[in-house]
Design a protein around this ligand. Structure first.
Ligand code: TLP
Length: 346
């Protein structure tokens, strides 16, 4: 599998560039638990600056970033509102309940996008014998809805109204730069009302490892203790931050290429009988299509595809996800689409 030539399973599969590897080898390092790694410090300052926040914190993964923010903002027995197909609920090993002791309260979004109207119905009344809503977690872009983007005014309304109700709002912004590219807006402007933000360096931006949390200095100091509690206090992690800095500076500038490739992939796939997909709904770098009318299950289809050197992942028994990234180009997308056509119509 790993030798397949066109890997569309995720934008996490990218390999660090030669420039990143050089920077990693040459990185100035120190012990980050003593807050003495200059490269980590620089990455954290730069992330905070880009998001217009006081401080940032490097964490090993997006999952740890989300959990850290939940632990910092919700107590055991409280509720966290999240979208039904959201990552934090479906793909993070139930950490919010297993570790943070909170109850996820699910709301169904339209293409993954929640509104204040849908959220407000799930907010608990302030009665002492009912669990209390502490936090709302939004995901932008929304992964399993196919990389969909929150209009900034929708996210802002949720933040404003939540704050009026005494509820905090977390952003799982694993792919927030993809959302920014789609909207043509700055991440600082799009996210200014959120209480906490987690974004990934290791997805479309191309770093081998790592995510960032940004927020107020006080919030980040709290997160630093929680990160240590979770086992995420790292030592000479500047070797990772060196790649992260390049990802942060250069990654966002090329995301439009991934979006164009995803659109092309979607257009080609939509033309294949047996594939149900509306290319107009593809906003960023994630393409999800349905095979129901082809008679194939997603797992049989993907196994057959893998034998021909194209990889995707199943969303469920009928749906398949393919993600474009910096290690695939237009030509790869054309080839992958041709292989899909071939497999479905042998
Ligand atoms: N997503 C991965 C898989 O876990 C599905 C992927 O291939 O897309 N938030 C969102 C929205 C994510 O998509 C992911 C990873 C995470 C958080 C977690 O990041 P990591 O993998 O660094 O823990």
């Amino acid at each position: 599998m790993a030798n397949a030539s066109i890997d569309l399973r995720s934008d996490t599969v990218t390999k660090p560039s030669a420039e990143m590897r050089r920077a990693m080898a040459e990185a100035e390092v120190g012990d980050d638990v003593f807050i003495e790694d200059p490269t980590i410090n620089k990455l954290q300052e730069r992330a905070a600056e880009i998001f217009g926040r006081e401080a940032g914190l490097f964490v090993p993964s997006g999952s740890m970033g989300n959990l850290t923010c939940i632990l910092a903002q919700a107590r055991q027995g409280q509720e966290v509102i999240c979208e039904e197909s959201g990552h934090v609920y479906n793909y993070e090993m139930a950490s919010m309940s297993a570790i943070a002791g909170v109850l996820p309260r699910l709301v169904v979004g339209e293409d993954g996008i929640l509104s204040w109207q849908s959220i407000s119905k799930a907010i608990r009344p302030k009665i002492y014998y009912r669990p209390q809503t502490a936090l709302i977690a939004l995901e932008n872009t929304h992964n399993m809805a196919g990389g969909t983007v929150y209009p900034t005014e929708v996210a802002e309304e949720i933040c404003d109204r939540a704050h009026e109700a005494g509820i905090r709002v977390h952003l799982d912004g694993a792919r927030i730069f993809n959302a920014a590219t789609y909207l043509g807006e700055k991440v600082a402007d799009m996210t200014k009302k959120f209480d906490s933000i987690q974004f990934c360096l290791s997805k479309g931006l191309g770093a081998p490892v790592g995510s960032m949390i940004v927020g107020t200095r006080e919030f980040i100091e709290r997160c630093r203790s929680i990160r240590k509690m979770l086992g995420g206090g790292m030592r000479q992690a500047g070797v990772l931050a060196a790649a992260g800095l390049i990802a942060l500076e250069k990654g966002p500038k090329r995301l439009q290429i991934d979006h164009d490739n995803a659109k092309l992939l979607a257009t080609r796939l939509a033309a294949v009988p047996g594939v149900t997909l509306n290319p107009a709904q593809v906003q960023t770098n994630i393409v999800i299509f349905n095979l129901k009318t082809s008679g194939w299950s997603s797992s049989d289809f993907l196994q057959t595809l893998a034998k021909r050197g194209v990889l995707g992942i199943p969303v469920d028994n009928e749906r398949v996800r393919m993600v474009t990234h910096l290690d695939v180009d237009r030509n790869d997308v054309e080839k992958a689409s041709a292989v899909v056509q071939e497999v479905l119509h042998r």
